[in-house]
Design a protein around this ligand. Structure first.
Ligand code: AMP
Ligand code: ZN
Length: 484
């Protein structure tokens, strides 16, 4: 199916196979409706900026979507925005992350949600991640969530405790199938005390009640009293609203397997009696050299941090493409440097192919060679999104002196429909990228200190620049800043 390079039919080309976490094996992708794919991806909790680990997951999901589209599927991609109900602990205790963010910044929750939603949209645009077909905020779907809890209660899957309505996991024989019943991993009570009165440690909140005498910034009336939805219910309710009770693909990071996605399945399947999702895909984590990156650890890198250090967001995207989505990626400064050089070098090769390069150029032999590269590319991406292998094919073609410039450019830009590296963009002017304003300001302060003969301060500022990767040199034309 689908249209290939230059609109050719892809009949006979390898079908798309995806690794389904449900069952832990690669399966050919056969959608419910021929030619169409419905896909739901868990979006951000908008109480802070996304960190680059989160962004790795959104890049993986973007590659998945682009691969489906490259194969000719018409994709409906739904992404939620969690703006209520995600507690600081998975055990249904702790504070709502949104309340925490609002307190931290002395703003209302609604302001926090609007600000970080916008920041997230900007980040994904900078990473050339295609926006979802449908964005949906949890707070705009409260009636749908209440209705789902009501259905579960009616069917005997819910019970009431003083602090909320809970899902009784013992009533769902398939509970934990996605996580392969790793009870250890499912023990929400392992590190934090579960909410008082839960029948099983794996039971989870469907609706949390506001305690008497408390006024929350975000709360709604419900058949059980004023309160707010549990975190998991929003995804089940919104995914089914926009994609139907059974749909094709659901994706997220691996941390969602044990609790969040396991609970989404329980809620949806017990309410409908139908299979919720046909293909579950999970992206592995980006890890810092030593430990796991998390927002709550307080020490996390955002996309803006990388931009401030002179990187283009697409350098980070390139770095993510160098690892398969099911392998961990260790974040190192040197790897990001290498990704920047590689992306630039690929851009240079495409630009060297010059204007008027649209024609395939050359003989039937050349056309055959281009087709062979395209077939290998398709084989790689269709083998469970093997993008590192696809990138290797692109590089081989870029270096192949037997293929004329025009043909190369045409094929590489076609591959870029999946890579999303904006290979048709103009070359950046400076190989080191722009010097960020923050760095220029530090260098100017150092210059002032030097003029005032305040050597101690000038040295301290030079050292501060060094720490963020810059060196300042005093030249006859004044100080100049270099990236180290
Ligand atoms: P959150 O905003 O915490 O709900 O996370 C948003 C997405 O990022 C989810 O799909 C998580 O699974 C994913 N995620 C969280 N931490 C990382 C990480 N270090 N590397 C990759 N993905 C992550
Ligand atoms: Zn979700």
């Amino acid at each position: 199916m689908g249209s290939g390079v230059g609109g050719k039919d892809r009949a006979g080309s390898p079908a798309l196979a995806l690794f389904n976490t449900m069952g832990r094996k690669k399966e050919p992708f056969v959608p419910l409706e021929p030619g169409r794919a419905g896909m739901y991806t868990c979006g951000p909790t908008v109480y802070n900026y996304a960190h680059i680990g989160n962004l790795r997951t959104y890049i993986f999901e973007d590659i998945l979507r682009r691969t489906l589209e490259y194969n000719g599927f018409k994709v409906t991609h739904v992404m939620n925005i969690t703006d209520v109900g995600h507690l600081t602990s998975d055990a249904d205790t702790g504070e709502d992350k949104m309340e925490e963010g609002a307190r931290r910044e002395g703003k209302s929750i609604w302001e926090i949600a609007a600000f970080y939603t916008e920041a997230f949209r900007r980040d994904i645009a900078r990473l050339n991640i295609l926006p979802p077909t449908i964005w949906c905020e949890a707070t705009k779907h409260i009636p749908e969530q209440i209705e789902l809890v009501r259905r579960l209660e009616e069917k005997g899957y819910a019970y009431l405790l003083p602090d909320g309505v809970y899902f009784d996991t013992s009533k769902f024989p398939d509970y934990g199938k996605l996580a392969m019943l790793d009870i250890e991993g499912l023990m929400a009570g392992a590190r934090v005390r579960p909410a008082e009165g839960k029948r099983s440690p794996t039971d989870f909140a469907l609706w949390k009640l506001t305690p008497p005498g408390v006024k929350r910034q975000m709360e709604w009336d419900s058949p059980w009293g004023r309160g707010f939805p549990g975190w998991h219910i929003e995804c089940s309710a919104m995914a089914m609203k926009y994609l139907g009770e059974t749909f094709d693909i659901h994706a997220g990071g691996v941390d969602h397997i044990n609790v969040h996605h396991t609970n989404e399945i329980a809620q949806a399947e017990c309410a409908t009696g139908k299979r919720f999702v046909r293909y579950w895909l999970h992206g592995e984590f980006l890890v810092m050299e030593k430990d796991k990156m998390s927002k709550s650890a307080g020490n996390f890198i955002t996309l803006q941090t990388l931009v401030d250090r002179g990187f283009d967001p697409l350098d980070y995207r390139y770095l993510c493409l160098t690892a398969h989505y099911r392998s961990q990626l260790v974040f190192r400064r040197e790897s990001l440097d290498a990704a920047r050089s590689a992306r630039r070098s690929l851009l240079e090769r495409i630009h060297a192919h010059g204007a008027g390069a649209g024609a395939a150029g050359g003989s039937a032999g050349v056309a055959k060679a281009c087709e062979r590269y395209a077939a290998r590319f398709l084989e790689a991406i269709n083998d469970d999104l093997n993008v590192p292998a696809a990138l290797a094919v692109a590089w081989e073609l870029a270096r192949d002196s037997s293929v004329p410039a025009g043909g190369k450019k045409r094929v590489l830009l076609d591959f870029d429909r999946v890579f999303g590296l904006r290979l048709d963009a103009p070359l950046p002017a400076d190989p080191n990228g722009e010097i960020p304003d923050e760095v220029k300001a530090l260098a100017a302060r150092r210059e002032e200190a030097r003029k005032a003969k305040n050597w101690k301060e000038a040295d301290a500022l030079r050292e501060a620049l060094g720490k963020i990767g810059y060196r300042v040199e005093d030249t006859p034309d004044g100080p100049r800043i270099f990236r180290v």
